[in-house]
Ligand binder design. Structure first.
Ligand code: NAP
Length: 869
């Protein structure tokens, strides 16, 4: 099917003749994004021009016609949802549709909705300038035309500019040269030819088996081996088809709020919690589904923990060894350096099998680098080989290549290329400061290439169109993000990237495949659903982070959009779905049982050298303790640790993962001591036990494996309260002399009058009402002003040991911890104060469950080490 003759020349919109040189909106690109935009703009009555460099619709599926090109997302999910009739009118022939079929689909949609008449084909945009006086863009095209417009949308795709092959002598070769991303429309016949393929990414992995079927000789030049799973192509997955039949709307809604744009079941099992054999059995089930995302979704920690990822990676290598007969070739094809999923895994049909064919050879460029391309072939290692054709499957200048290939000049004459020299700074991946009314579809900073593109495209098109409709309705002419919002988006994107393994790998996701490109994670990895919620929230909060101007009006609603750590937010979201009863509605006995049950489900934390359980004399009877000894040779400094639990629940073993982490990271003995709990034993029982335990440890430090005099206290939450109180008591009692106090989100003030108690009253696990419940069980109101309950209220805070105080942004206790740090500092005590951005009261204790806690724990461990230095 070809586009109708005479397309792209319509000058009518909603019955009015529209000027073609001055329009409301110019869209660049007529791939799936440009097509849907055109439909929405037309329906909304905007005058528009859609400019497309190719001579047909389809975007990536128009250009990428190499043999074997297929979509790696199932056809049940990779299709438009905005026209429900399409589901009846179009039937896909297989699970992973091939390029010709997807292009036919694009053409079918374009014809059905008369999109051809709204597109100017074979027109490139060379230059675009913002005019701050007229509040319009001027768009200069390859045909010599200049179009002015209010809004300018780059719908140019993420993988549309092939990377220049950075190999010596590429211009010299006299044989046939092909680039997978610019394949000849008429196809290529390799029959009887000697062919070289350079690259082993998705494009190569799909095309190599088919090129091998024709070529008389095929040499594949591999720099980095890739993970690839078989597509097992055939009919669409039955379980998806059935769900769609039963309730398409629900399925699509789930996709839109899912992490990837495809309904999935989120994993809850750690790869490190099951035996290797079981892990492989689970992976086998996922592998057999032939769906790209499945193997990465078997374990909850494959994307965040290298050891967990290695389980998946080794499974994949096993699969390669099962197929490839020559063990040396199998090993060269086995990825070992990059974690699974940090480069996009590939989907293939007979890729690894191809290397068993006698006329196919694999060259490992790490041991035999290409020296140069010559007139007749390729010189590599100590060989020289003649070829009839070279296929470059060397990838793309991804995400930003197509956007900055147009010379876009914004306010104050700054070009986008210049602005993005050090990273593609943007707000929501949609807009960027200094370039009003410029929008990107699936740009850097949006989920784009880490998602089902169809879902992301539709969401972006809807957000942009709804925004400019809103602006028209309210009389605004311009929209531009604020620098603060853009910076907050950068920080949020970095927070998301920091908890994954992506940054370990040199990939095109990281810009690492193009020399000189800044090294950042280009796509947003926080997930499609979270991203959609954020974009929606921006609009419902009056365009948070944007300045809107027009008709003499100016609206600025500045502020950060997401400060909470992404993994913490995920835990909160997950807990919200569980509908758990509030702890303060329980009896202390039930609360203790609940706390123990929750602890049983968490990761255990790192191994330490030795764990010894014992009993020590407390102020009112024996107390249990647990000693964590490092694996290094002792003696070691000793830290007496007090657990959290609001003085009501918890025990010497309840903070086990945190104690293990502190022991191994700080190379100190941690002695976690129990204390009597309320309401059975109210104030000051816990405080008295805390001091008694410290004294006993100090007296027995040598026999415990410690260094005499090298002793400190630490505690979390109510345990932080006991640690702070114990430090004051030890000072007043003339010993034991402490080297330091580590207080993690401590309770310091029973008055609870600080703003954080209101600001973070609910929604962050420790609530204002739970804190009240704790205090009511622990101490009478008259006792709460006693410094043994509220160490902040002590008259004298001088001569206390150096402190490390950690407070968390979304903790009701934040301000009382901050106040204690300030007060100690004012009293001359050396204080390190870590204000953990985006954290909640509990998150830093969640070892191996929340990667964002690693940084704060490293700082805590460094502080402990520093106490004893
Ligand atoms: P790619 O993943 O970037 O792969 C490029 C390959 O070329 C890599 O193996 C790379 O090696 C190699 N290479 C680059 N420069 C080289 C040089 N100078 N010397 C030797 N080798 C060199 O590109 P792609 O295969 O076109 O795929 C890009 C993306 O497009 C995919 O990740 C995917 O998102 C998308 N895609 C999807 C499908 C699908 O839906 N099924 C199909 C094709 C593409 P290094 O890894 O060492 O850099």
């Amino acid at each position: 099917m070809r586009r109708p003759v005479g397309a792209g020349r319509s000058g009518k919109i909603m019955g009015k003749i529209m000027s073609r040189s001055d329009v409301d909106v110019v869209v660049v690109g007529a791939g799936f994004a440009g097509m849907y935009l055109l439909k929405r703009l037309r329906d909304a009555g905007f005058s528009h021009r859609v400019l497309e460099a190719g001579d047909d619709v389809g975007g990536t599926w128009y250009w990428n016609r190499y043999p074997g090109a297929r979509c790696d997302i199932s056809t049940t999910d990779y299709q438009f949802t905005w026209d429900p009739e399409l589901h009846e009118q179009w039937t896909w022939s297989e699970k992973h549709a091939a390029q010709p079929e997807i292009l036919r689909y694009a053409q079918f949609v374009a014809k059905k909705h008369d999109l051809y008449s709204g597109i100017d084909f074979e027109v490139r945009v060379d230059r675009a300038e913002w005019n701050d006086a007229t509040h319009k863009w001027s768009i200069h095209t390859s045909t010599g035309e200049t179009i002015t417009c209010r809004h300018y949308v780059m719908a140019t795709g993420c993988l549309s500019v092939p990377k220049e092959p950075d190999i010596n002598g590429t211009d010299r070769f006299r044989g046939d040269v092909y680039v997978t991303g610019r394949w000849p429309h008429e196809g290529v016949d390799f029959t009887g030819k000697k062919v070289a393929v350079i690259g082993t990414g998705s494009s190569a992995i799909q095309s190599i088996p088919l090129i091998a079927e024709q070529a008389s000789e095929l040499v594949v030049f591999q720099r980095t081996p890739n993970y690839s799973i078989p597509a097992f192509n055939g009919p669409a997955p039955q379980y998806r088809v059935e769900r769609l039949k039963a309730d398409r709307a629900a399925y699509e809604a789930e996709a839109r709020l899912s992490p990837t744009g495809v309904p999935i079941t989120m994993p809850t099992v750690s790869a490190l919690s099951v035996p290797r054999e079981t892990a492989f059995e689970m992976l086998e089930v996922a592998w057999k589904k032939g769906e790209l995302l499945e193997p990465g979704l078997v374990f909850m920690d494959a994307g965040t923990n290298r050891a967990a990822n290695d389980v998946v990676a080794e499974f994949m290598r096993t699969k390669i060894r099962e197929v490839v007969k020559d063990p040396v070739t199998a090993e060269i094809l086995s990825p070992r350096k990059h974690p699974y999923g940090t480069k996009r895994p590939c989907m293939d049909t007979n890729y690894f099998q191809t290397y068993n064919l006698p006329h196919v050879r694999l060259v490992d460029l790490n041991s035999s680098p290409i020296r140069t391309i010559t007139e007749s072939g390729i010189e590599f290692g100590d060989e020289s080989h003649d070829f009839d054709a070279i296929v470059y499957a060397t990838g793309f200048d991804a995400m930003t290549g197509a956007i900055v290939s147009v010379d876009i000049t914004g306010k104050d004459g700054v070009t986008l290329k210049k602005k993005w020299e050090h990273g593609p700074h943007n707000y929501l991946g949609l807009t960027t400061v200094g370039f009003p009314n410029l929008y990107m579809i699936t740009g850097p900073g949006s989920p784009s290439v880490l998602s089902n593109m169809m879902v992301s495209i539709e969401q972006h098109v809807d957000w942009i169109t709804d925004t400019i409709i809103d602006m028209r309705d309210k009389g605004f002419e311009t929209i531009e993000p604020t620098p603060a919002a853009e910076e907050s988006w950068r920080v949020h994107c970095t927070d998301c990237a920091d908890i994954t393994l992506f940054q370990e790998t040199d990939s095109w996701y990281m810009g690492a495949n193009v020399p000189g490109k800044p090294r950042v994670l280009f796509p947003y990895i926080g997930g499609v659903g979270r991203y959609r919620r954020i974009c929606d929230e921006v609009r419902t909060r009056d365009y948070l982070g944007f300045v809107l101007e027009g008709s003499g009006k100016r609206q600025v609603n500045d502020g950060p959009i997401r400060e909470i750590q992404p993994d913490v937010e995920m835990v909160l979201d997950m807990m919200a779905t569980l509908g758990l009863p509030p702890i303060e509605s329980m009896s202390p006995t039930d609360a203790r049982a609940f706390s123990e049950a929750s602890s049983a489900m968490r990761p255990t934390g790192p191994n330490v050298g030795e764990i010894v359980d014992g009993v020590l004399p407390g102020a009112g009877g024996d107390l249990n303790y647990r000693l964590y000894r490092p694996a290094t040779t002792g003696p070691h400094p000793v830290v007496v640790y007090y657990h959290g639990g609001g003085w009501v629940f918890g025990s010497h073993v309840s903070d086990d993962p945190l104690c293990r982490a502190m022991c191994s990271m700080a190379d100190v003995i941690i002695i976690s001591v129990d204390y009597r709990h309320a309401p059975e034993d109210r104030f000051p029982a816990a405080a008295d036990d805390g001091f008694a335990a410290l004294k006993w440890v100090a007296d027995n430090i040598e026999s415990l494996g410690g260094v005499p005099g090298q002793i400190a206290v630490a505690g979390w939450s109510a345990g932080g309260n006991i640690a702070a109180v114990t430090a004051q008591t030890a000072r007043d009692a003339g010993g034991p002399a402490l080297r330091g106090q580590l207080l993690l989100t401590p309770v310091t003030d029973g008055s609870r009058q600080h703003p954080s108690h209101q600001q973070n009253a609910s929604g962050y696990i420790l609530t204002k009402s739970l804190m009240e419940w704790f205090w009511n069980h622990y101490a009478d109101p008259s006792d709460r002003t006693n410094p043994k309950a509220s160490p902040l209220l002590a008259k004298d805070l001088g001569n206390l040991p150096p402190a490390m105080i950690v407070t968390c942004q979304y903790d009701p206790l934040r301000d009382e911890g901050d106040a204690y740090a300030d007060a100690l500092r004012a009293a001359g005590v050396p204080v390190q104060h870590l204000k953990a951005r985006g954290h909640i009261h509990t998150s830093i204790t969640m070892v191996d469950a929340l990667p964002s806690g690693v940084g704060p724990r490293q700082k805590m461990a460094a502080a402990l080490k520093g106490f004893f230095a």
